[in-house]
Design a protein. Structure first.
Length: 139
């Protein structure tokens, strides 16, 4: 069964910087917009950046494999080659990573590539890929 697209809304402090990042760095398209929000085509999913007047605070983190993973984050699971292409693009754009692109569980069940970075308002994004997509939920 094909997955249904998800919808996610998130707060931002600078709508123009967010628009530039999602379009020019991540390659997302846009949908409806207003002075206070923008719909993005986030790899086939609808994410909406809403201008928030309150100051954003960094998300708490949890230790995972010796790294501090933001407890609040979102992203997508890409095909293996697409993930590596994006990682290279982000490195070339001098994106500051919270967690550098790396491979977890190498050679094991659930082998996956992952990286964390923030968009301009500080929301954490995680992009993942699985060597074998049938193992997304493998334990």
């Amino acid at each position: 069964m094909a997955s249904a697209p998800f919808h996610l809304a998130f707060p931002v402090s600078n709508l123009e910087a967010t628009k530039d990042f999602f379009i020019n760095v991540l390659g997302c398209g846009t949908g409806r917009t207003s002075e206070r929000w923008i719909d993005f085509d986030f790899f086939g999913h609808q994410v909406v950046a809403h201008l928030a007047d309150d100051e954003q605070t960094p998300a708490p983190t949890n230790p995972v494999d010796g790294k501090q993973v933001p407890a609040s984050h979102f992203g997508v699971i890409l095909e293996w080659d697409e993930w590596h292409q994006l990682a290279d693009k982000l490195k070339a754009a001098n994106i500051e990573f919270l967690i550098e692109p790396n491979i977890r569980f190498e050679g094991e069940v659930g082998e996956q590539a992952t990286m964390f970075f923030t968009e301009p308002s500080g929301n954490a994004l995680e992009f993942k890929s699985f060597k074998d997509m049938s193992q997304i939920f493998a334990t």
